[in-house]
Write a protein that binds this ligand. Structure first.
Ligand SMILES: Cc1cc2nc3c(=O)[nH]c(=O)nc-3n(C[C@H](O)[C@H](O)[C@H](O)COP(=O)(O)OP(=O)(O)OC[C@H]3O[C@@H](n4cnc5c(N)ncnc54)[C@H](O)[C@@H]3O)c2cc1C
Length: 459
């Protein structure tokens, strides 16, 4: 694809016919926000369109394919890897006007939604009739089902309930050229043909535009409880993680804070743990009332060395989860800017990873918080620094790369949640072999032979 500088008059006219009135804008002031996302890179789009109907998406992708114009699908822009920055120019396609929950079926345990539905809204509607949509990215009050599907978003409950991919039964997708295809459907089991639904999940807007999804729902759990446990040594906290699993318990969430996080929260405000606490776990259980009560007893039995134990149930649980939510604002006491990664290691390697990250940070004199979803080995690594200092910026980039190497050496993955986008693209060949990458590039060509859809991302 040739990189053009902008749209021609005839292209603008054709776009105007597809997107009348305020469903299209060419005004720089209005387009500014569509040039960036939570990854904070910026590139100005040539146009922004806001379809309400699938036929508009089809016409757009036909035009773009014929005229060789990049199209960047976008929802709420909360991805942190610059996955919807139009860095090669082109048209940003906002999915936010396609935001209807089309149905929630209590007999089939399915929901049918448009891509712009906010994840939390669907969860609330499902909960009102006793159903449960488990994927819970921390951004779920703002991010969309379409964005979650395109990034295969996961959250704290992934340890028990899995990630977005596990709840996508079928998709309707518009391909470059305008063809509308349907993959999968409303059934909970389906082994006919290759699993294109699964292939499209996590494809970061590079293969097709998702215009409808069928989601799997579960019965809502009857009861839940959350435990905060603090320890004098992080080794004890991590031994407890192992022991909880050995008791046959699969927690619904399990979060780990090392000493750096404990210290940082204490500087930010009052903390519930006693002096001498060097690490903490937050564990959430859910299920039937009897099951939760039994598991609480088992958890208490494996916490011999605990310095502080706080058990909450029902609405009161939020008191403990608020501590987890405070890590983000508290992190800024360590520096005005942040670069964050979301690496994953096998669960048995978490202590090695935390120690390795600490060692790298010390070498560069950086303040780094490494914490997170210990149940599935997913560690958030936040490098806090002052970006106005160019030397610090270089140090952060070097440490970040060393951390990625360390994680891969431990048998891990560079990303468990955020994806690749532009930010991790330079490193993708560190993790994926040439054969694997070549197949991915060929798949991209099958879906998008002209490379117009979110070009330059991931590969
Ligand atoms: C504070 C905060 C907390 C976060 N917590 C988590 C977390 O816990 N877990 C996690 O996984 N992520 C998390 N994220 C990252 C982000 O929220 C997720 O990646 C989310 O799924 C993005 O959804 P979105 O609606 O904002 O999509 P966008 O950011 O707008 O788009 C994301 C990607 O999806 C593509 N896309 C969007 N809509 C479509 C569509 N209809 N068809 C095809 N492609 C499309 C875009 O091209 C882009 O590649 C967090 C981000 C923030 C800022």
């Amino acid at each position: 694809m040739n990189i053009k500088s902008s749209l021609s008059r005839s292209q603008i006219k054709a776009l105007g016919n597809i997107f009348p009135g305020d469903s299209m804008t060419l005004m720089p002031a209005e387009m500014l926000i569509y040039g960036t996302d939570a990854g904070r890179k910026f590139s100005m789009p040539w146009a922004v369109v806001r379809p309400e109907r699938v036929s508009q998406v089809q016409q757009l992708l036909r035009l773009a394919h014929e005229e060789d114009i990049p199209v960047v699908p976008r929802a709420r822009g909360t991805n942190v890897v610059s996955a919807c920055v139009p860095d090669q120019g082109g048209i940003v396609l906002s999915c936010l006007k396609m935001n209807k929950i089309l149905s929630i079926d209590p007999d089939d345990f399915t929901a049918q939604v448009q891509p712009g539905v906010i994840t939390h809204d669907l969860q609330q509607k499902a909960r009102a009739i006793g159903l449960f949509y488990p994927p819970d990215p921390a951004s779920m009050r703002v991010s969309t089902i379409g964005g979650n599907i395109a990034t295969n978003a996961g959250g704290m409950s992934a340890v028990k309930y899995g990630v977005t991919r596990d709840y996508i039964l079928g998709l309707e997708v518009v391909l470059p050229g305008g063809e509308l295809i349907r993959t999968g459907g409303r059934v909970h089991k389906n082994v006919v043909g290759l699993n294109l639904t699964s292939l499209l999940v996590g494809s970061e807007g590079t293969l097709g535009v998702i215009v409808k999804a069928w989601l799997k729902l579960l019965p809502g759990p009857e009861s839940s409880a959350t435990v905060l446990a603090c320890f004098g040594h992080e080794k004890e906290a991590l031994a407890t993680v192992r022991d909880v699993f050995r008791q046959g318990i699969l927690p619904c969430a399990m979060e780990f804070f090392p000493s750096e996080v404990i210290k940082c929260l204490a500087v930010y405000g009052p903390v519930p743990w006693p002096e001498g606490s060097k690490s903490a776990l937050i564990i959430k259980l859910d299920g039937s009332r009897e099951c939760v009560e039994r598991e609480i007893k088992k958890i208490q039995s494996v916490m011999e060395n605990v310095l502080h134990f706080d058990l909450t149930m029902g609405e009161d649980e939020d008191r403990i989860w608020e501590i987890r939510r405070l890590i983000n604002p508290a992190s800024y006491v360590l520096g005005p800017d942040k670069v964050s990664d979301d690496v994953v290691v096998p669960r048995g390697k978490i202590l090695d990873a935390i120690r390795g990250i600490r060692h790298i940070s010390k070498k560069y004199g950086l303040n780094t918080l490494a914490f997170g979803h210990v149940g599935d080995g997913n560690i958030h690594v936040n490098f806090m620094y002052d970006a106005s200092d160019q030397n610090r910026q270089k140090d952060v980039e070097r440490s970040r790369q060393e951390v990625l190497r360390l994680i891969l050496d431990l048998g891990g993955s560079m990303s468990g949640e955020h994806g690749v986008g532009l930010s991790k693209k330079p490193f993708i060949s560190w993790q994926l072999g040439p054969g694997e990458l070549e197949i991915m590039r060929k798949v991209k060509k099958v879906f998008d032979p002209g490379n117009i859809l979110n070009p330059g991302k991931v590969w």
